[in-house]
Design a protein around this ligand. Sequence first.
Ligand SMILES: NC(=O)c1ccc[n+]([C@@H]2O[C@H](COP(=O)([O-])OP(=O)(O)OC[C@H]3O[C@@H](n4cnc5c(N)ncnc54)[C@H](O)[C@@H]3O)[C@@H](O)[C@H]2O)c1
Length: 383
Amino acid sequence: MTDTARLAWVDGECRLLGGIRAEFAQTRPFDGMAIGSAIHLEPKTAALVRTLQAGGADVIATGNLNSTQPATVEYLRARGVRVIGGVTRDRAERARHLDSILDAKPDLLLDNGGDLFLRYLQRPYDGLIGGTEETTSGRQVLEPHRAELNMPVLVINDSPIKSFGENEHAVGQSCLESYMRFTNRITNGERVVVVGYGWCGRGVARNFRNANCQVTVVDADPVACLRAVFDGYRTAPLRQALGDADLVITVTGGGKSIGAAEVELLRDGAILANAGHEPDEIDVSEIESVPGATAATTLPDVRSITLPSGRTIHVLGAGHMFNLAGPGALGNSIQSMDLGFSMQARCLEWVATGRVDARSCVVPVPREIDVEIALSYLALKRA
Ligand SMILES: NC(=O)c1ccc[n+]([C@@H]2O[C@H](COP(=O)([O-])OP(=O)(O)OC[C@H]3O[C@@H](n4cnc5c(N)ncnc54)[C@H](O)[C@@H]3O)[C@@H](O)[C@H]2O)c1
């Protein structure tokens, strides 16, 4: 499938967004407004951006680290979106892209990871009404800044629909698909360690178990470990779990899990992959800097690091979210993102039209929006 055909396929499959787009073309909730967006630039995002444009928004967008798809950038630019930068893994370069977004003084921000709002607090401007934050990690970043922000910021992640629809059911699927696409390796009988047993980790563990892997769960929270036990998994402390792992997937949102000390415990040929928002869960540069270690790119976006012990470990996607990376990355399923991005569109509409105020600062999606999106999806299934 060509990139253009895929963008058209995804756009057509985003049926909830399609309905909202038709409505927005009539109601024009963003007329005269600019929306600054800093979320993964891939085909599903293009469907969201076109929906916001239909509502009258002038959209200025940049991507996240490593996940920007050039064909999506081209597609959006051809449709009048100001897209800043291209694919990058360089935090300093991305910080400059965020500054370019804020230079345009958008009326609304669509954030993913909290970076845009955090930067806004360092260099505020008049006229920002509020916006949305997509992720768990972003909510954690923004929560301590509620008083300074003092504007409506709705957290998409904290809708139950996003939590189960994307984090639990879609991230695990796309991790399994990406692992096989990156490596072409068998899953049957493989020993997989999942670090982090929250919404995403539960789906990752379940999808790999369903693919006949032996899954061990690691979590810093004993309650999460107990839940994993009740779900039928083996649990162990990280260092113990690593010893016989064929594949380790980190998905905590809680900072570094795997560095130089941990890779010493891995078997020859073990694979490391991160699905958490920040690439710091696997400290690739520390691992590559182990004295005497050598590193080479052995497959597209796969680094193979040979340690002084002679054992080689492989890292997928340089430690960036591997379900959004690598050759032919597809990301999470279209329908799961159609749900989440429909909530984005509705939440931005509510902020733009004053249906929520500063009391709704870093809070979950209003229940009314959840209900409307659920009913719309159910209607499509029953049609
Ligand atoms: N890759 C994707 O497509 C995608 C999609 C959605 C969310 N995410 C990201 O995935 C991460 C997890 O999201 P979630 O919704 O599952 O969060 P969550 O809060 O539901 O779960 C996180 C779990 O990790 C555990 N944890 C935290 N730090 C840990 C550590 N150092 N070691 C072991 N366990 C630790 C917590 O106890 C918790 O059980 C976040 O960074 C989120 O932004 C990624």
